[in-house]
Write a protein of this length. Sequence first.
Length: 443
Amino acid sequence: MATKPSEHISLELKPDWDASNTEASRKFGRMNPHLPTYNRGMDASCFDDMKRYVDFSTADAQLLAELAEPLTKRIPSLVAEFYAILQSDPRAMEVFAGDTDQIDRLRQSLALWFSRLLGGEYGDAYYQKSLDIGHTHVRVNLPQYLMFTAMNVVRRSLLREIDGLDLTDRAAYRAALEKILDLELAIMNQSYHEDLMARLKTLESVRFEKRLDEARHLASLGELAASVAHEIKNPLAGISGALQVIRHGLAEKHPHREVMDEALKQINRLDAAVKDLLIYARPKPPQRGPLDLVSLVRRVIMIVRRESGLGQVKITVDAEHDSIEMIGDEAQLQQVLMNVIINAAHACGRKGTVQCRIQRIGAGARLAIVDNGVGIDPEVLPRVWEPFFTTKAKGTGLGLSICHRIITAHGGTIALESKPNEGTQVTIDFGDRNSGAGDSEKV
């Protein structure tokens, strides 16, 4: 369904998207000044490659030029036949939104395309004209399947016309026509490909800008948090020390001892929050060394079991080997495991189970922490790694964000899967246990 670009129905085809959606149009439609963006510097070489693959030669060009004279007088009937077929298909006609004048303009454009197809000149100018037609089809959202099937209608009609001519080597003329129509399809397909690449680049650019804005925002927020945390840390330590001295001077059964204990407990909560803020705002690169992942998990579980409020939650270890050696920062990895295992235990309520499954994966290791707790709502799940995001009444919302940073710095990955009322699984994959690979400078 090739047309002359200047007379194309670009404003008369129904777009696939809702034109009232200005945001979608701005990003992906005609309102976006960045679309389409095509690399025209490769046009000539690209077309040369296409011709080489279909074995299109100067002899083929000459044969097509020889067809121009006998077929030119048949172009009006070919155009009429094409649009008769098109108009008989309701699905094809849904693409059009114009009136009879629109079809007349399209008829003229197709007639010009037929003439150019048999013009005998198939250089860069020919390629660029066909590519422009393809880009126009893309801009007006002409379905790609319709472009292919319409070209097949043209192919059948032209081959039939050739078969009706008195030609000495009909097979050679048919072959030349097949080649040029294959080239037309390749060019049209290239136009759709270029448009897709342009849209993907624009989408990636939008996403990158969004991530960059978020990073700037979080960096500013992190610096502010670090500044506040630094100012709070020392006075908090002084208050805690003073309260401990006062508490120590009270009799064992003094009624104020209970008040002092609660105050110290809340101070410890504040101190933990301040530490999280400082860790997030001013992360340290991993200090790598050899460690045993199985022993580390067992030690963390022993520490977690001492924490109050876990009720009868059962925490178990299922290790494929008694020992799995790896390279990493033991203190940082302990912080990750503490955070994830405590979260899992809290999600189980007073009863439940948390399983820590450890196995070797190739040259690395995998740790899966699985609980049968309350799970996480689907709308919340995408945000669990966001700094300062939390659904808990207590906490800074930095725990999982810090975990993600630490694991990434160790060259690993951390992923979370969850279903409401069924439970959650956090999977940590470590890279080569002997390499200590990871971009620690980007923590």
